[in-house]
Design a protein around this ligand. Structure first.
Ligand code: GLA
Length: 403
Protein backbone atom coordinates (compact mmCIF):
# COMPACT_ATOMS: atom_id res chain seq x y z
CA UNK A 1 0.00 0.00 0.00
CA UNK A 2 1.36 3.45 -0.88
CA UNK A 3 2.13 5.89 1.91
CA UNK A 4 -0.54 8.25 0.61
CA UNK A 5 -3.34 5.70 0.67
CA UNK A 6 -2.06 4.45 3.99
CA UNK A 7 -2.35 7.98 5.45
CA UNK A 8 -5.79 8.45 4.00
CA UNK A 9 -6.92 5.18 5.55
CA UNK A 10 -5.47 6.18 8.89
CA UNK A 11 -7.30 9.51 8.84
CA UNK A 12 -10.52 7.79 7.88
CA UNK A 13 -10.15 5.26 10.65
CA UNK A 14 -9.72 8.00 13.23
CA UNK A 15 -12.76 9.84 11.94
CA UNK A 16 -14.92 6.75 12.30
CA UNK A 17 -13.81 5.18 15.52
CA UNK A 18 -11.61 5.99 18.43
CA UNK A 19 -8.57 3.72 18.14
CA UNK A 20 -6.52 2.85 21.21
CA UNK A 21 -2.96 4.22 21.16
CA UNK A 22 -1.28 0.88 20.56
CA UNK A 23 -3.41 0.09 17.51
CA UNK A 24 -2.01 3.05 15.58
CA UNK A 25 1.51 2.15 16.49
CA UNK A 26 0.91 -1.22 14.87
CA UNK A 27 0.58 0.39 11.46
CA UNK A 28 4.28 1.31 11.36
CA UNK A 29 7.44 -0.72 11.89
CA UNK A 30 5.88 -4.00 10.77
CA UNK A 31 9.49 -5.01 10.16
CA UNK A 32 12.41 -3.49 12.09
CA UNK A 33 12.91 0.16 11.01
CA UNK A 34 15.81 0.72 8.62
CA UNK A 35 17.62 3.95 7.97
CA UNK A 36 20.45 6.12 9.23
CA UNK A 37 20.96 8.16 12.41
CA UNK A 38 23.36 11.05 12.91
CA UNK A 39 24.68 10.24 16.39
CA UNK A 40 27.26 7.49 15.98
CA UNK A 41 29.39 9.43 13.52
CA UNK A 42 28.52 13.14 13.78
CA UNK A 43 27.37 13.30 17.44
CA UNK A 44 26.99 16.97 18.48
CA UNK A 45 28.47 18.29 15.23
CA UNK A 46 25.57 17.29 13.00
CA UNK A 47 24.09 20.01 10.78
CA UNK A 48 21.26 20.43 8.30
CA UNK A 49 23.84 19.94 5.54
CA UNK A 50 24.92 16.56 6.97
CA UNK A 51 21.31 15.37 7.08
CA UNK A 52 20.73 16.41 3.46
CA UNK A 53 24.04 14.74 2.56
CA UNK A 54 22.95 11.53 4.27
CA UNK A 55 19.64 11.56 2.39
CA UNK A 56 21.45 12.12 -0.92
CA UNK A 57 23.86 9.29 -0.17
CA UNK A 58 21.15 6.82 0.85
CA UNK A 59 19.78 7.28 -2.65
CA UNK A 60 23.12 7.40 -4.50
CA UNK A 61 24.60 4.32 -2.81
CA UNK A 62 21.56 2.10 -3.35
CA UNK A 63 20.94 1.93 0.40
CA UNK A 64 17.45 3.38 -0.07
CA UNK A 65 16.66 0.62 -2.57
CA UNK A 66 18.00 -1.91 -0.05
CA UNK A 67 15.42 -0.64 2.49
CA UNK A 68 17.11 2.20 4.41
CA UNK A 69 14.29 4.73 4.60
CA UNK A 70 14.54 6.78 7.81
CA UNK A 71 17.00 9.67 8.07
CA UNK A 72 17.10 10.40 11.78
CA UNK A 73 18.41 13.57 13.41
CA UNK A 74 19.66 12.73 16.89
CA UNK A 75 20.46 15.15 19.72
CA UNK A 76 21.82 18.73 19.38
CA UNK A 77 19.31 20.35 16.99
CA UNK A 78 17.56 22.25 19.79
CA UNK A 79 17.84 25.90 20.93
CA UNK A 80 15.60 27.51 23.59
CA UNK A 81 11.85 27.87 24.13
CA UNK A 82 10.23 31.25 23.54
CA UNK A 83 7.61 32.93 25.76
CA UNK A 84 4.90 30.73 24.22
CA UNK A 85 6.81 27.58 24.99
CA UNK A 86 7.70 26.97 21.36
CA UNK A 87 11.04 25.20 21.08
CA UNK A 88 13.31 26.73 18.45
CA UNK A 89 16.03 25.07 16.45
CA UNK A 90 19.64 26.23 16.76
CA UNK A 91 21.79 27.71 13.99
CA UNK A 92 22.83 24.25 12.75
CA UNK A 93 19.21 23.60 11.67
CA UNK A 94 17.83 26.82 10.19
CA UNK A 95 14.56 25.40 8.83
CA UNK A 96 13.26 22.00 9.95
CA UNK A 97 10.19 22.05 7.73
CA UNK A 98 12.36 22.70 4.66
CA UNK A 99 14.72 19.92 5.75
CA UNK A 100 11.85 17.46 6.21
CA UNK A 101 10.48 18.43 2.79
CA UNK A 102 13.90 17.84 1.25
CA UNK A 103 14.24 14.38 2.81
CA UNK A 104 10.69 13.50 1.74
CA UNK A 105 11.42 14.69 -1.80
CA UNK A 106 13.97 11.86 -2.01
CA UNK A 107 11.30 9.30 -1.16
CA UNK A 108 12.71 8.94 2.36
CA UNK A 109 11.32 9.59 5.84
CA UNK A 110 12.76 11.73 8.60
CA UNK A 111 13.20 11.32 12.34
CA UNK A 112 13.83 13.64 15.29
CA UNK A 113 14.96 13.34 18.90
CA UNK A 114 13.86 14.59 22.32
CA UNK A 115 13.31 13.32 25.84
CA UNK A 116 10.83 13.40 28.74
CA UNK A 117 13.09 15.46 31.03
CA UNK A 118 14.09 19.13 30.99
CA UNK A 119 17.28 18.30 29.12
CA UNK A 120 18.48 15.81 26.55
CA UNK A 121 21.59 13.74 27.15
CA UNK A 122 23.60 16.41 25.34
CA UNK A 123 22.18 19.08 27.68
CA UNK A 124 19.79 20.60 25.13
CA UNK A 125 16.14 21.53 25.80
CA UNK A 126 13.84 18.47 26.04
CA UNK A 127 10.06 18.07 26.28
CA UNK A 128 9.07 18.07 29.99
CA UNK A 129 5.79 20.00 30.30
CA UNK A 130 5.62 20.59 26.53
CA UNK A 131 4.90 17.09 25.25
CA UNK A 132 1.80 17.89 23.19
CA UNK A 133 3.21 21.14 21.89
CA UNK A 134 6.38 19.37 20.74
CA UNK A 135 4.55 16.39 19.24
CA UNK A 136 2.35 18.77 17.23
CA UNK A 137 5.39 20.68 16.07
CA UNK A 138 7.15 17.51 14.89
CA UNK A 139 3.99 16.49 13.04
CA UNK A 140 3.62 19.93 11.45
CA UNK A 141 7.24 19.86 10.32
CA UNK A 142 6.50 16.45 8.77
CA UNK A 143 8.49 14.11 11.01
CA UNK A 144 7.89 10.37 10.79
CA UNK A 145 9.92 9.09 13.74
CA UNK A 146 10.74 10.22 17.30
CA UNK A 147 13.54 8.86 19.51
CA UNK A 148 12.64 9.79 23.09
CA UNK A 149 15.61 9.64 25.43
CA UNK A 150 15.25 9.44 29.23
CA UNK A 151 18.35 11.36 30.29
CA UNK A 152 17.57 14.16 32.76
CA UNK A 153 14.09 12.80 33.61
CA UNK A 154 15.65 10.69 36.40
CA UNK A 155 16.98 13.75 38.23
CA UNK A 156 14.26 16.19 37.15
CA UNK A 157 11.27 14.05 38.10
CA UNK A 158 11.89 10.46 39.27
CA UNK A 159 14.32 11.06 42.11
CA UNK A 160 12.78 14.42 43.00
CA UNK A 161 9.16 13.24 43.22
CA UNK A 162 9.82 9.76 44.60
CA UNK A 163 13.15 9.73 46.42
CA UNK A 164 14.21 6.21 47.45
CA UNK A 165 11.10 4.62 45.96
CA UNK A 166 12.17 2.66 42.89
CA UNK A 167 8.68 1.36 42.13
CA UNK A 168 7.18 4.85 42.18
CA UNK A 169 10.06 6.13 40.04
CA UNK A 170 9.38 3.46 37.47
CA UNK A 171 5.71 4.43 37.35
CA UNK A 172 6.70 8.04 36.71
CA UNK A 173 8.95 6.93 33.87
CA UNK A 174 6.29 4.80 32.24
CA UNK A 175 3.76 7.63 32.59
CA UNK A 176 6.18 10.02 30.89
CA UNK A 177 6.58 7.69 27.90
CA UNK A 178 2.84 7.12 27.80
CA UNK A 179 2.25 10.87 27.73
CA UNK A 180 4.43 11.34 24.67
CA UNK A 181 2.96 8.19 23.08
CA UNK A 182 -0.53 9.71 23.39
CA UNK A 183 0.67 13.10 22.16
CA UNK A 184 2.13 11.46 19.05
CA UNK A 185 -1.09 9.52 18.43
CA UNK A 186 -3.11 12.73 18.73
CA UNK A 187 -0.74 14.53 16.34
CA UNK A 188 -1.02 11.63 13.89
CA UNK A 189 -4.79 11.76 14.10
CA UNK A 190 -4.61 15.39 12.94
CA UNK A 191 -2.07 14.98 10.14
CA UNK A 192 -2.59 11.36 9.08
CA UNK A 193 1.19 10.89 9.22
CA UNK A 194 2.14 7.98 11.49
CA UNK A 195 5.17 8.55 13.73
CA UNK A 196 7.41 5.69 14.82
CA UNK A 197 7.91 5.93 18.60
CA UNK A 198 11.40 4.87 19.69
CA UNK A 199 11.99 4.61 23.45
CA UNK A 200 15.52 5.19 24.65
CA UNK A 201 16.05 4.45 28.32
CA UNK A 202 18.90 1.95 28.08
CA UNK A 203 16.88 -1.15 29.00
CA UNK A 204 16.23 -0.11 32.59
CA UNK A 205 13.11 -1.56 34.21
CA UNK A 206 12.41 -4.06 31.41
CA UNK A 207 10.86 -1.73 28.80
CA UNK A 208 10.05 -4.77 26.64
CA UNK A 209 7.31 -5.56 29.18
CA UNK A 210 5.55 -2.18 29.12
CA UNK A 211 6.64 -0.24 26.03
CA UNK A 212 4.42 -1.97 23.42
CA UNK A 213 1.22 -1.21 25.35
CA UNK A 214 1.89 2.54 25.32
CA UNK A 215 2.57 2.59 21.59
CA UNK A 216 6.34 2.01 21.62
CA UNK A 217 7.58 0.58 18.32
CA UNK A 218 11.08 -0.06 19.63
CA UNK A 219 12.91 0.31 22.92
CA UNK A 220 16.58 0.32 23.70
CA UNK A 221 17.68 -2.76 25.60
CA UNK A 222 21.15 -1.57 26.64
CA UNK A 223 23.42 1.40 27.20
CA UNK A 224 25.16 3.14 24.30
CA UNK A 225 26.98 1.12 21.68
CA UNK A 226 30.58 1.95 20.76
CA UNK A 227 32.57 1.09 17.66
CA UNK A 228 34.60 -1.65 19.42
CA UNK A 229 34.21 -5.41 19.30
CA UNK A 230 33.75 -5.73 23.08
CA UNK A 231 30.82 -3.31 23.06
CA UNK A 232 29.14 -5.13 20.18
CA UNK A 233 29.73 -8.52 21.77
CA UNK A 234 28.46 -7.40 25.21
CA UNK A 235 25.30 -5.92 23.71
CA UNK A 236 24.58 -9.04 21.63
CA UNK A 237 25.06 -11.18 24.75
CA UNK A 238 22.62 -9.02 26.69
CA UNK A 239 19.81 -9.84 24.22
CA UNK A 240 19.49 -13.33 25.63
CA UNK A 241 15.95 -13.96 26.86
CA UNK A 242 14.37 -11.00 25.04
CA UNK A 243 13.36 -12.72 21.79
CA UNK A 244 9.77 -13.37 22.78
CA UNK A 245 9.11 -9.64 23.26
CA UNK A 246 9.82 -8.70 19.64
CA UNK A 247 7.35 -8.89 16.78
CA UNK A 248 5.75 -6.84 14.01
CA UNK A 249 5.27 -3.26 15.23
CA UNK A 250 7.39 -3.65 18.38
CA UNK A 251 11.11 -4.46 18.50
CA UNK A 252 13.99 -4.78 20.90
CA UNK A 253 16.61 -2.15 20.04
CA UNK A 254 20.22 -3.11 20.84
CA UNK A 255 21.24 0.38 19.58
CA UNK A 256 22.26 1.75 16.22
CA UNK A 257 24.83 0.26 13.90
CA UNK A 258 28.53 1.05 14.14
CA UNK A 259 29.28 -0.68 10.81
CA UNK A 260 32.01 1.37 9.10
CA UNK A 261 32.92 3.32 12.24
CA UNK A 262 36.06 3.35 14.39
CA UNK A 263 38.57 0.62 13.83
CA UNK A 264 36.23 -2.33 13.41
CA UNK A 265 37.74 -4.94 11.09
CA UNK A 266 35.78 -6.18 8.10
CA UNK A 267 35.04 -9.41 9.96
CA UNK A 268 33.74 -7.41 12.93
CA UNK A 269 31.58 -5.24 10.69
CA UNK A 270 30.16 -8.35 9.01
CA UNK A 271 29.47 -10.08 12.31
CA UNK A 272 27.92 -6.95 13.88
CA UNK A 273 25.59 -6.54 10.89
CA UNK A 274 24.67 -10.24 10.79
CA UNK A 275 24.01 -10.29 14.52
CA UNK A 276 21.67 -7.28 14.33
CA UNK A 277 19.91 -9.01 11.43
CA UNK A 278 19.44 -12.18 13.49
CA UNK A 279 18.22 -10.11 16.45
CA UNK A 280 15.49 -8.45 14.35
CA UNK A 281 17.10 -5.19 15.44
CA UNK A 282 16.40 -1.84 13.80
CA UNK A 283 19.07 -1.38 11.12
CA UNK A 284 20.01 2.27 11.57
CA UNK A 285 23.38 2.84 9.96
CA UNK A 286 25.52 5.37 11.82
CA UNK A 287 28.49 5.89 9.54
CA UNK A 288 29.85 8.70 7.39
CA UNK A 289 27.87 7.98 4.23
CA UNK A 290 29.61 10.43 1.85
CA UNK A 291 32.96 8.77 2.67
CA UNK A 292 31.78 5.16 2.92
CA UNK A 293 34.28 2.56 1.69
CA UNK A 294 33.00 0.11 -0.96
CA UNK A 295 33.50 -2.86 1.37
CA UNK A 296 31.39 -1.19 4.06
CA UNK A 297 28.68 -0.40 1.52
CA UNK A 298 28.76 -4.05 0.43
CA UNK A 299 28.07 -5.11 4.02
CA UNK A 300 25.27 -2.62 4.63
CA UNK A 301 23.58 -3.49 1.33
CA UNK A 302 23.85 -7.28 1.49
CA UNK A 303 20.28 -8.06 0.43
CA UNK A 304 20.31 -11.63 1.75
CA UNK A 305 21.32 -10.49 5.23
CA UNK A 306 18.79 -7.64 5.14
CA UNK A 307 16.14 -10.21 4.19
CA UNK A 308 16.93 -12.10 7.42
CA UNK A 309 16.44 -8.88 9.39
CA UNK A 310 13.24 -7.93 7.56
CA UNK A 311 11.70 -11.41 7.55
CA UNK A 312 7.93 -10.99 7.73
CA UNK A 313 7.52 -13.54 10.52
CA UNK A 314 9.23 -11.03 12.81
CA UNK A 315 10.70 -13.71 15.08
CA UNK A 316 13.88 -12.61 16.82
CA UNK A 317 16.84 -15.02 16.69
CA UNK A 318 18.50 -16.63 19.70
CA UNK A 319 21.79 -18.08 20.79
CA UNK A 320 21.36 -21.83 20.41
CA UNK A 321 24.58 -22.90 22.15
CA UNK A 322 28.22 -22.07 22.61
CA UNK A 323 31.26 -24.31 22.45
CA UNK A 324 34.43 -22.72 23.76
CA UNK A 325 34.67 -19.36 22.08
CA UNK A 326 32.34 -20.28 19.25
CA UNK A 327 28.66 -19.33 19.42
CA UNK A 328 25.86 -20.74 17.30
CA UNK A 329 22.81 -18.54 16.75
CA UNK A 330 19.62 -19.32 14.84
CA UNK A 331 16.59 -17.43 13.63
CA UNK A 332 13.34 -18.96 12.39
CA UNK A 333 12.15 -17.43 9.15
CA UNK A 334 8.97 -17.30 7.13
CA UNK A 335 7.96 -20.51 5.36
CA UNK A 336 9.88 -22.79 7.72
CA UNK A 337 13.31 -21.45 6.64
CA UNK A 338 16.09 -20.86 9.13
CA UNK A 339 19.21 -18.72 9.49
CA UNK A 340 22.15 -20.44 11.17
CA UNK A 341 25.17 -18.44 12.31
CA UNK A 342 28.48 -19.70 13.64
CA UNK A 343 30.56 -16.93 15.23
CA UNK A 344 34.15 -17.00 16.49
CA UNK A 345 33.71 -14.55 19.36
CA UNK A 346 37.23 -15.18 20.67
CA UNK A 347 40.32 -13.13 20.06
CA UNK A 348 42.27 -16.12 18.74
CA UNK A 349 43.10 -15.81 15.11
CA UNK A 350 41.15 -18.97 14.33
CA UNK A 351 38.22 -20.54 16.17
CA UNK A 352 38.99 -23.00 18.92
CA UNK A 353 40.28 -26.27 17.47
CA UNK A 354 38.53 -28.41 16.75
CA UNK A 355 35.07 -26.81 16.43
CA UNK A 356 32.43 -29.19 15.09
CA UNK A 357 28.93 -27.94 14.29
CA UNK A 358 26.35 -29.83 16.32
CA UNK A 359 23.15 -29.83 14.25
CA UNK A 360 21.41 -32.05 16.77
CA UNK A 361 21.63 -29.24 19.32
CA UNK A 362 19.64 -27.16 16.84
CA UNK A 363 17.04 -29.92 16.51
CA UNK A 364 18.21 -30.65 12.95
CA UNK A 365 19.26 -33.84 11.19
CA UNK A 366 21.04 -35.04 8.07
CA UNK A 367 22.76 -32.76 5.64
CA UNK A 368 21.25 -29.35 4.95
CA UNK A 369 21.63 -27.34 1.76
CA UNK A 370 21.83 -23.61 2.20
CA UNK A 371 23.38 -20.38 1.04
CA UNK A 372 26.41 -18.82 2.70
CA UNK A 373 25.14 -15.24 2.83
CA UNK A 374 28.60 -13.63 2.85
CA UNK A 375 30.26 -15.63 0.07
CA UNK A 376 27.01 -16.04 -1.85
CA UNK A 377 27.87 -19.72 -2.43
CA UNK A 378 25.72 -22.78 -1.93
CA UNK A 379 26.90 -24.82 1.05
CA UNK A 380 25.99 -28.08 2.76
CA UNK A 381 25.89 -28.25 6.53
CA UNK A 382 26.37 -31.66 8.09
CA UNK A 383 26.38 -32.80 11.67
CA UNK A 384 29.81 -32.69 13.32
CA UNK A 385 31.36 -30.85 10.36
CA UNK A 386 34.50 -28.94 11.29
CA UNK A 387 34.31 -25.16 10.85
CA UNK A 388 37.24 -22.79 11.12
CA UNK A 389 36.68 -19.07 11.39
CA UNK A 390 39.06 -16.15 11.82
CA UNK A 391 38.69 -14.15 15.03
CA UNK A 392 35.35 -12.27 15.26
CA UNK A 393 34.19 -13.63 11.91
CA UNK A 394 30.92 -15.34 11.09
CA UNK A 395 29.49 -18.05 8.89
CA UNK A 396 25.89 -17.10 8.16
CA UNK A 397 23.81 -19.64 6.27
CA UNK A 398 20.21 -19.53 5.15
CA UNK A 399 18.60 -22.95 4.99
CA UNK A 400 15.26 -22.93 3.24
CA UNK A 401 14.27 -26.48 4.13
CA UNK A 402 15.71 -27.44 7.51
CA UNK A 403 14.95 -30.95 8.65
C1 GLA B 1 22.09 9.01 24.76
C2 GLA B 1 21.57 7.98 23.76
C3 GLA B 1 22.40 8.06 22.49
C4 GLA B 1 22.33 9.46 21.91
C5 GLA B 1 22.79 10.47 22.96
C6 GLA B 1 22.55 11.91 22.49
O1 GLA B 1 23.37 8.69 25.20
O2 GLA B 1 21.60 6.69 24.29
O3 GLA B 1 21.93 7.11 21.53
O4 GLA B 1 21.01 9.72 21.51
O5 GLA B 1 22.09 10.30 24.18
O6 GLA B 1 22.89 12.87 23.46
Amino acid sequence: MSFKSHSRLATLAVALISIPAAAFAQSVAQTPPMGWNSWNFFAAKVTDKDIRGAADQLVATGMKDAGYIYVNIDDTWEAERDANGVLHTNAKFPDMKALADYVHSKGLKIGIYSGPGNKTCGGYAASLGHEEQDANMYAEWGFDYLKYDLCSFGGDVMRKQAPNDKAAQMKLMIAAYEKMGKALQAATAKTGRPIVFSLCQYGWDSPWEWAPALGGNLWRTTGDIEARWQSIYDIASQQDGLASYAGPGHWNDPDMLEVGNGKLSLAENRTHFSWWALLAAPLLAGNDLPNMKPEVKAILTNKDVIAINQDALGKQGKKAYSDGEVEVWTRDLQGGAMAIAVINVGSDRYSTHPFHLNLEKLGLHGSLSGKDLWSGKEVTLTNKMPIELPSHDILLVRVNHPK
